[in-house]
Design a protein around this ligand. Structure first.
Ligand code: SF4
Length: 511
């Protein structure tokens, strides 16, 4: 029978149709499941302190990790350079995951190739995959640089990227002088932020080799880190332009993940020019906008480039003030009036929303630098962190975060949960409830379960559109953060006060 295309259901409705409902019902008889009463009883028990204690004794199992794989971060760093194709030595399935993860967040194509290692490569090593893969990538996709990283499979076998790439060049896969930086990125250690760091170090090492000159080019290098807000690089550049500063953003992937729809496919939109990246070794100083996704890169720059390297996170009033003062100190340029006016507007917006955030207890999870920056901003607003969960943590970070918490009266009640996952967060939210949860889209399941309003900040955000197009840094970023946070609170209040003449009796139109 011909189908009417008007009746095709999207995913939101499809599985509510009677035929699917019947199918689910029929399937239950083969599942040998527990009774609904038993399922409810256990579900309730998992909300208790008793279960929380058992949950926190868990050591050998991760449930709902709040971190991604190393190669994902490596690919993210690579596409910030002009004409660069990420190449992953390893299995295809991993690379499909990285690409779709990034595409689902940005709603943009994300190119990256895999050397498609299978069983034979697992036994004999992946050299031939590298030789063929580099040759195919070079001739098919015409990149200016191929940045190679690994998946767990190549790391377990012990593939030596440096010698493999050398062999592939000998075999004529790519010209001898063609840049093929590399980074070993095993996902059984670290996370996407480690992968970003490893790849950034690998790319800068390759591009700057032999490029040191006798005198400085006077430029400031910025390293964004694993920052997924496309407007942040643009905001950093706008502020530097307003101050009249000459700079290079090392891995500027904003145009890559936010390319205009012109009707023509461009595989490599934007990115840091390779010659500018190569000349970064002659810069005056380097400022990393994140600390924990740039640790090895900063060590390398300080040691090999012999450059002033610092970390400055321009989030919130204090963070942005410090960033601009650092720029002024390094370059001798004054902070222009335009930025002072923007600061005033941000302070005004904070004052408008302050009474709704002051004293609000919140939980947060995410990457170390993002969590540090948002907590710093929330403390400026008088909000009180309670559960701070960072899966990809380390001791240095926890010490730095604790110092931030100790610096504010609002930080006294916070506890840092390092190395924990989102199933731990669920126990925390049920046993010690909060007013607000801040995190990525995976927090949706915690919101459903625990009913705590979710502010979507972080990566990935796949179930809402366009958040990534806004800035979170600088004075303008403050207004975006406030918009997301305070309006989530209002949305929640409205949902709980929507019974006419019963709960909507108190100034509902004006907040
Ligand atoms: S953990 Fe390793 S094997 Fe699994 S997706 Fe990540 S890189 Fe691939």
């Amino acid at each position: 029978m011909p189908q009417n295309p008007e009746n095709i259901k999207d995913h939101v409705e499809l599985f509510h149709q009677p035929e699917y409902q019947q199918l689910f019902e029929n399937k239950r008889q083969f599942e040998n499941g527990h009774t609904p009463e038993e399922v409810t009883r256990v579900a309730e028990w998992t909300k208790s302190w008793e279960y929380r204690e058992k949950n926190f004794e868990r050591t050998a199992l991760t449930v709902n990790p709040a971190k991604g794989c190393q190669p994902l971060g490596a690919m993210f760093a690579a596409v910030g350079f002009e004409g660069t194709l990420p190449f992953v030595q390893g299995s295809q399935g991993c690379v499909a995951y990285f690409r779709t993860h990034l595409t689902r967040h940005y709603k943009e194509p994300f190119s990256g190739v895999s050397s498609s290692m299978t069983e034979d490569a697992a036994v004999f090593g992946g050299l031939q995959n590298m030789i063929d893969g580099l040759a195919n990538s070079y001739s098919l996709y015409k990149p200016k640089m191929i940045a190679v990283c690994t998946t767990c499979m190549a790391e377990v076998i012990g593939d030596d990227l440096q010698s493999f790439i050398g062999n592939a060049k000998e075999a004529g896969s790519v010209p001898q002088d063609f840049p093929v930086p590399f980074a070993h990125t095993p996902s059984f250690v670290g996370s996407h932020i480690t992968g970003y760091d490893n790849m950034m170090k690998g790319i800068l090492t390759t591009l700057t080799e032999g490029k040191k000159k006798g005198k400085s080019n006077g430029k400031i290098n910025f390293i964004p880190g694993f920052d997924t807000y496309v407007e942040n690089n643009r905001e950093i550049k706008r502020m530097a332009n307003l101050m009249g500063i000459d700079y290079t953003v090392l891995s500027d992937n904003s145009d890559y993940v936010d390319s205009p729809n012109t009707g023509e496919f461009d595989m490599y939109p934007g990115g840091t020019k390779l010659e500018d990246a190569a000349d970064a070794i002659n810069g005056k100083a380097t400022i990393a906008l994140q600390a924990y996704s740039t640790t090895k890169t900063r060590e390398y720059i300080a040691k090999e480039w012999k450059q002033d390297v610092s970390v400055s996170r321009p989030w919130g009033i204090k963070g942005t003030d410090e960033f601009l003062m650092k720029l002024s100190e390094l370059t001798g340029k004054a902070i222009p009036e335009e930025l002072e006016i923007e600061r005033g507007r941000a302070v005004d917006a904070m004052t408008d929303s302050h009474s709704w955030l002051h004293g609000k207890r919140f939980a947060i999870y995410g990457d170390p630098d993002l969590v540090y920056s948002v907590v710093g901003f929330m403390l400026e607003m008088g909000a009180e962190p309670v559960h701070i969960l960072v899966h990809n943590t380390n001791e240095v970070f926890e010490k730095e975060l604790q110092a931030l918490l100790d610096s504010s009266v609002f930080g006294k009640g916070a506890k840092i949960w390092g190395g924990k996952d989102l199933w731990h967060m669920r126990s925390l939210l049920f046993t010690e409830p909060v007013d607000l949860l801040i995190g990525n889209s995976y927090g949706k399941y915690l919101w459903r379960d625990c009913k705590v309003p979710l502010v979507r900040i972080g990566y990935p955000i796949m179930d809402r559109h366009h958040y990534h197009r806004y800035a979170t840094v600088g004075y303008k970023g403050i207004i975006n953060l406030l918009n997301w946070i305070v309006n989530t609170i209002f949305e929640d209040i409205d949902q709980h006060t929507n019974i006419p003449s019963k709960t909507d009796i108190s100034y509902d139109l004006i907040r």
